[in-house]
Design a protein around this ligand. Structure first.
Ligand SMILES: Cc1cc2nc3c(=O)[nH]c(=O)nc-3n(C[C@H](O)[C@H](O)[C@H](O)COP(=O)(O)OP(=O)(O)OC[C@H]3O[C@@H](n4cnc5c(N)ncnc54)[C@H](O)[C@@H]3O)c2cc1C
Length: 402
């Protein structure tokens, strides 16, 4: 007796959306690339901006969702270990010390995975992302350093069928990871590892240009920048010069509309679905901050742990008054004169929040701003879209009226 032919799964029947079409999340689309693959078939449940599913995602990935009664988990998500670190020696040209790239390289060298999903840069433009399935250490290293623009990472899922890749390490930001987790069980993979980056305030390529022109004294030569824990933006230029600008001196009236609407409605700053998250904002100045969410995350960290200068996480200061003042100043789009911005920066750097408290400062500032943005621009979505952990954090502050 022959069994009835299996009916094809939705992604086997689907085709990627044509480039330039309207994506289902419309103005909220973060261009994560899912719709540029046949896994667009699942977009209604997978898209971070159409359907928030933190609890289900965390439970499937880590075996439980975050414990809202635990202050660290409320802020930083499910965690079994948190440390700060620097790779020794650092990888030249990496965003920080290159821990992420080193893990990608080691994952290939040890045979843990067959490929690493990461983002190289376009040959014509350092800031235009080019997602790839890297098969060699050189290809992973070519993806080092942030492309601080929306990146269609998941479009390369389209290349998986027939590629021979059975074990994959995917590197990505929260919106990409949320969509990836939602389709994980339908991918032709035996094992998936997810190395996450915290992410906030991303921009389109055009938005990045506006930002660079408003914040740097030489936008054309910027090759690298980061919002650092000393409350300053550090720009590195092509001749090696470092320029720093205080956060508080940014041209808020001009920049308020520069961030992508997806990022203004995002509450996954700390990348809740990744196995291991490598950022910086919970570490003291100059160090990276690692959150291990589950045993797969520890397996990734094991690949490089002996090459790291490790230290425990620490926390100092009290962010709350600064967050409340920032909410009001941002809403009124106040731009401080440079001398005052320098003075505020100088004081905050000395007495302001540090370590995990700096991480909480950044999360509070962005969640309050984003909750307000969603309630103003998409009031019909606000209740379902803002996750419970973010509502609990936002409720600690006085927000301007809608
Ligand atoms: C847009 C963006 C915003 C960020 N914001 C914060 C923040 O607010 N707080 C914080 O603590 N950390 C943030 N990070 C993470 C941080 O800046 C570093 O990327 C991280 O600490 C890793 O540093 P590294 O030296 O180990 O990385 P590297 O070894 O240099 O590797 C960088 C990796 O980033 C990947 N990548 C680059 N651009 C993108 C992109 N657009 N989308 C997805 N993946 C990308 C590359 O594939 C590469 O593997 C952000 C990252 C990005 C991409």
């Amino acid at each position: 007796m022959t069994s009835a032919p299996r009916s094809p799964a939705p992604h086997e029947r689907a085709r990627p959306l044509a480039k330039g079409s309207t994506y289902p999340a419309k103005d909220l689309c973060s261009q994560c690339g899912l719709c540029d693959s046949r896994w667009v078939a699942y977009v209604r449940r997978a898209c971070a901006f159409l359907n928030q599913r933190f609890e289900a995602m965390e439970t499937a990935a880590h075996g439980r969702s975050r414990d809202l009664a635990n202050e660290d988990e409320l802020y930083f998500g499910v965690s079994q270990r948190m440390v700060t670190a620097r790779l020794r020696p650092a990888i030249e040209g990496a965003q920080w010390s290159g821990i992420v790239s080193r893990i990608g390289v080691r994952a290939l060298e040890t045979g843990l995975v067959d490929a690493v999903l990461c983002v190289q840069q376009s040959p014509d433009d350092r800031f235009t992302p080019l997602p790839v399935l890297a098969r060699t250490p050189e290809q992973v290293l070519a993806a080092r350093v942030n492309k601080p623009t929306l990146s269609p990472n998941l479009e390369v899922l389209e290349q998986l069928p027939g590629s021979g890749i059975r074990r994959l390490l995917a590197i990505g930001v929260g919106c990409q990871v949320q969509a990836l987790r939602a389709v994980q069980d339908t991918l032709p993979l035996e094992q998936l590892y997810v190395l996450g980056l915290p992410c906030v305030d991303n921009v389109s390529r055009a938005g990045l240009q506006t930002f660079l022109e408003s914040a740097s004294d030489s936008p054309a030569t910027v090759v690298h920048y980061e919002f650092m824990q000393d409350f300053r933006i550090h720009f590195r230029h092509s001749d090696g010069r470092e320029e720093t600008v205080p956060f508080f001196g940014l041209d808020t009236p001009k920049l308020k509309n520069v961030f992508a609407p997806s990022c203004l409605s995002c509450f996954d700053y700390v990348n809740g679905g990744a196995d291991l998250v490598v950022g910086y904002m919970g570490a003291s100045f100059g160090r990276q901050w690692l959150t291990v969410r589950n045993p797969r995350g520890q397996e990734l960290l094991d690949l490089v742990e002996t090459e790291l200068d490790l230290a425990p996480v620490s926390s100092r200061g009290d962010r709350r008054a600064a967050v409340q003042q920032g909410i009001d100043a941002y809403d009124k789009a106040i731009k401080l004169p440079r001398w005052l911005a320098e003075l505020v920066g100088f004081i905050v750097q000395r007495v302001g929040p540090q370590g995990l408290e700096y991480g909480r400062f950044s999360i509070d500032s962005h969640f309050t701003r984003n909750a307000l943005w969603v309630r103003r621009h998409h009031p019909e979505k606000a209740e379902d879209h803002i996750p419970g952990f973010a509502k609990a954090i936002v409720a600690r502050y006085r927000l301007p009226s809608l």
